[in-house]
Design a binder for this molecule. Structure first.
Ligand code: TXA
Ligand code: MG
Length: 354
C-alpha cells in the first residue's frame, strides 16, 4: 500500500492545513486509516463506527483483536451517541480534563461496533486537546478509533519518524506534525467509570490525586505495578508486554550513589563479555555512569521531561543495538507513576533494589 506522508506546520496558512485535514478526514470516511498527532502520542485512526476499519487497524498494528480501541471525539456533544449514559462523575471529569490526556470507559451504545471495543460492552472515549487532532477528528465525521500508531510490541510513537518507521506501507496516510508544543510522550490516563468507585486502569499525565480532587475516592488497578497479583488487568491491553526493547532492561532502585555504583559494576561485567550497555539516568547522576550509551532523562523535579523522552530512548537503544539497559527508578506517585509503569512494562517487571 502507498502511504501518503503529509507534513503540517503551525506556520502554514489555516486554509492549507484545513485542506490537508479534509483529505485525511475523507480517507477515514471511506474506511481508510490515517495516523495523526495527539498531545500524548501519535494515534492510528480509523472510523470508530465502521467495523471493517477497526479490523484494518488491528491488522496494520499486528495487534490481537481482543484489545479494544479508544474512540476519539472532537467535542463533548458527540459523547451521548456512543455511550448508553454519562455518569455524573464522568461529566465532572470531562469538565475538568477535556480536552486533554484522559480516557474514560463507559457503557457503550448500540452504534459502536463490537470490533471497535474488542467484544466488550464498554467503550473507551477521549477528547484530545491537540489542535490538529481535534480538527482532523471533526473532519473525519467525529468518531475516530485510534490505538497508538506503533507496531504491536514497540513503544508508542512520539515523533512522526517513528510512525513512518512502523506504519509506512501499511496505512493510507500519515499526518506528520512534530512542531506543536506540549506533547506529553506517554499515553492518556484511563479511568473506568462503569464502577461505583472509578478506577485508574493506566496511569498518565492526569494523576490519581488530580482525579480525586474532582470526584472524590478513586481506585487504582493493582495489576499496574504488581506483576504477581494473580489478577488480570481490566484494560485488556495492559496484559501484553508493550514497549519491549530488543535488549534486556532492568530498573535499579535505591540511594543515588548505590544505584550508580551498582549499574557501573554491571557495566564492567558486560564489558568483559563484549556486551553493549545503555543507561537512563536523571541529570545529577548521568555524568557518573560508564555505560556505552547514557541517556539524560532530565531533572527529577521535572518528570515531564523524562515522560517526553522515555519512548525515544527505548527506540534509540534498539537502533543503537544496546544489549543490556539499566534505568534509575521513579516514584510511584504523580506523573512519575506513569513513567514507572511504562518502565516496568518495558523491563518485564525486572527491578533490583540496591
Ligand atoms: O493517549 C492515548 O490514549 C493514545 C492516543 C493515540 O490517544 N492511545 C492509546 O491507545 O494509547 P492504545 O490502544 O495503545 O491503548 C488503549 C488501552 C489499551 O490498553 C486497551 O486495552 C484499553 O485502552 N481499553 C480500550 N477500551 C477499553 C475498554 N472498553 N475497557 C477497558 N480497557 C480498554
Ligand atoms: Mg498502545
Amino acid at each position: 500500500m502507498e502511504t501518503q506522508i503529509i507534513t503540517i506546520k503551525k506556520s502554514e496558512a489555516y486554509s492549507d492545513i484545513l485542506d490537508k485535514l479534509s483529505k485525511a478526514g475523507e480517507l477515514i470516511k471511506q474506511g481508510g486509516l490515517v495516523a495523526f498527532p495527539t498531545e500524548t502520542v501519535y494515534g492510528l485512526g480509523g472510523d470508530a463506527l465502521n467495523p471493517e476499519a477497526a479490523q484494518k487497524i488491528y491488522a496494520a498494528k499486528g495487534r490481537p483483536s481482543d484489545n479494544p480501541l479508544i474512540v476519539h471525539i472532537s467535542e463533548l456533544a458527540s459523547l451521548d451517541k456512543i455511550v448508553s449514559a454519562v455518569p455524573d462523575k464522568a461529566k465532572k471529569l470531562a469538565q475538568a480534563f477535556w480536552p486533554g490526556p484522559l480516557t474514560m470507559i463507559m457503557n457503550k451504545s448500540a452504534v459502536v461496533p463490537m470490533q471497535t471495543t474488542g467484544g466488550l460492552d464498554t467503550v473507551a472515549v477521549r477528547l484530545p486537546s491537540h489542535p490538529v487532532a481535534a480538527e482532523f477528528i471533526r473532519l473525519a465525521g467525529g468518531y475516530v478509533a485510534a490505538p497508538s500508531a506503533n507496531l504491536s510490541g514497540k513503544p508508542s510513537p512520539t515523533a512522526a519518524k517513528y510512525v513512518i518507521q512502523d506504519m509506512k506501507g501499511r496505512i493510507d496516510m500519515i499526518l506528520a506534525a512534530d512542531d506543536y508544543e506540549g506533547v506529553i510522550g506517554l499515553e492518556s490516563t484511563i479511568v473506568d467509570m462503569t464502577v461505583d468507585i472509578p478506577a485508574i486502569l493506566r496511569p498518565g499525565y492526569v494523576t490519581q490525586a488530580m482525579i480525586s480532587r474532582v470526584i472524590g475516592e478513586t481506585d487504582i488497578d493493582v495489576t499496574i505495578f504488581d506483576a504477581d497479583s494473580g489478577k488480570a488487568p481490566k484494560a485488556p491491553g495492559m496484559k501484553y508486554r508493550h514497549y519491549a526493547p530488543k535488549g534486556e532492561l532492568v530498573i535499579v532502585e535505591g540511594k543515588p550513589d548505590d544505584v550508580a555504583s551498582y549499574i557501573n559494576q554491571q557495566v564492567r561485567l558486560h564489558r568483559v563479555k563484549g556486551e553493549k550497555t545503555g543507561v537512563i539516568g536523571t541529570d545529577t547522576l548521568v555524568t557518573k555512569y560508564d555505560a556505552d550509551i547514557v541517556k539524560n532523562a532530565g531533572s527529577r523535579d521535572e518528570p515531564l521531561i523524562a515522560a517526553s523522552r522515555l519512548y525515544t530512548f527505548l527506540r534509540e537503544f534498539d537502533d543503537e543495538n544496546v544489549e543490556f539497559m539499566y534505568s534509575e527508578a521513579f516514584k510511584n506517585d504523580g506523573l512519575e507513576q506513569a513513567i514507572m509503569n511504562r518502565l516496568l512494562k518495558a523491563a518485564g517487571h525486572k527491578i533490583i533494589k540496591v
